[in-house]
Design a protein around this ligand. Structure first.
Ligand code: PLP
Length: 397
């Protein structure tokens, strides 16, 4: 069997049409496949490689940690320097009330931990989430996913979950003193980059404060500079009670986290103790990598350039087949009339060495979320290629 056949035979498949590229080297914004063909990466491993693939400082930090130690013990028992340093750095760059970090293995696990924490802290059970939101694929995270098509096959799911319309003032009336938490993406990514109004965000924060429901903002996809500020919620002037982190948090290594005030987090320490248990959460190599990546993001001026680069994409992305372009920093959705056009664009771009994708709840939208290190020259090349491919698509009559 050749490698593709082995991949299909022995690596569990969840789609009838996996991308199936064999990448042998990734560096910065470029991937190289087994045949030597190069690809400009427009999706950054789905908003993970914000400082580029294999940034030398991240690789150096990983190698250094490998020489010291890898896994020691389950989460929370040992004083592990990379974890302590990263928790300190993260909380230094978050509002003062977000000062206690629970590191997990993934974004979904951060979602799970935060929902558990909200139930314990409030002694309430109702969880409110929003239509077209994505928070992970484990049972709890799936229960709050905002799309019945994806949820239905796994019922029964978590009880007492209510889905509301995002960015709709009428929804807020459903948040009551029975509500343990309201969980929302700061910007709905998989809906095809939907940014809510500042008024709604402010009203949501207010309603949670009034009712004692904890506001959980999911920054897993939008954190770490993706939208031009370190955190997406900075753009709305609100502070959540719990923030969810993942993806770029680990600088290319698997890492998630939920962050809250110590006063909230301490409910995990009693009745019962060990309120959330994980073996690998906060793995020292992942924390070392994540800390190095976060420092690179700030110290190499990468964050400062996000909005200018986003503006260049916006300016250039014009074509009769493009229905809309939604931009929040370097998280961009290019909307077409239907999926068939998008699929032709994605396939055509791939042939020409540009890697892109669609969105889970918006298959008609092209995902552009490159490493934030993408250069203006690369942006021009990427957009020219997209437009060229679009020129070759015959418009449906
Ligand atoms: N929340 C959001 C907004 C996400 O985009 C994702 C992943 O795509 C998750 C949560 C889940 O993260 P993970 O895949 O690491 O479990």
């Amino acid at each position: 069997m050749n490698k593709r056949e082995l991949f299909l035979q022995h690596v569990a498949q969840t789609s009838p049409a996996p991308l199936g590229l064999e990448i042998v080297k990734a560096s910065g914004t470029t991937l190289r496949d087994a045949n030597g063909k190069k690809y400009l990466d427009l999706i950054a491993g789905i908003s993970v490689c914000n400082v580029g693939h294999c940034h030398p400082k991240v690789v150096k930090a990983i190698k250094k940690q490998l020489n010291d130690y890898m896994h020691l013990l389950v989460y929370g028992e040992m004083i592990e320097t990379p974890e302590v340093q990263y928790a300190k750095w993260l909380t230094d760059h978050l509002p003062a009330s977000l000062n206690s970090v629970y590191f997990t293995n993934s974004g979904a696990e951060a979602t799970e931990g935060a929902m558990k924490l909200a139930k314990r802290f409030t002694n309430r059970t109702r969880i409110i989430a929003f239509n077209k939101s994505y928070h992970g694929s484990t049972q709890g995270a799936l229960s709050i996913m905002g799309d019945e098509y994806w949820r239905n096959a796994y019922r029964p799911l978590l009880p007492d979950v209510l889905h509301l319309e995002y960015d709709d003032p009428a929804s807020l009336a459903e948040i009551t003193t029975q509500t343990a938490c309201v969980i929302a993406e700061t910007v709905q990514a998989e809906r095809g980059v939907y940014t809510p109004s500042a008024q709604w965000m402010t009203a949501l924060r207010q309603k949670c404060t009034e009712t004692g429901a904890l506001l959980i903002l999911d920054e897993i996809q939008v954190g770490f500079g993706r939208t031009g500020t370190i955190w997406g919620f900075e753009q709305f002037n609100v502070v959540p009670d719990i923030v969810l982190l993942g993806k770029a948090l680990g600088g290319g290594m698997p890492l998630g986290a939920f962050v809250a005030d110590k006063n909230i987090m301490q409910v995990f320490t009693e009745k019962p103790v060990l309120g959330h248990i994980t073996t690998f959460g906060g793995h020292p190599v992942c924390c070392a990598a994540g800390l190095a990546a976060f420092k690179v993001l700030l110290k190499e001026g990468i964050l400062d350039q996000v909005n200018n680069k986003a503006a260049l994409f916006r300016e250039m992305l014009q074509h009769p087949l493009i229905k809309a372009v939604r931009v929040n920093g370097l998280l961009i959705a290019v909307e077409f009339e239907h999926f068939d056009i998008n699929k032709q664009v994605i396939d055509g771009c791939l042939q020409k060495g540009i890697l892109s994708d669609w969105f889970l709840f918006a298959p008609e939208c092209l995902r552009i979320a490159p490493p934030l290190t993408i250069s203006p020259k690369e942006i021009k090349k990427a957009v020219k290629t997209i437009l060229q491919v679009l020129d070759g698509i015959s418009q449906p009559k």
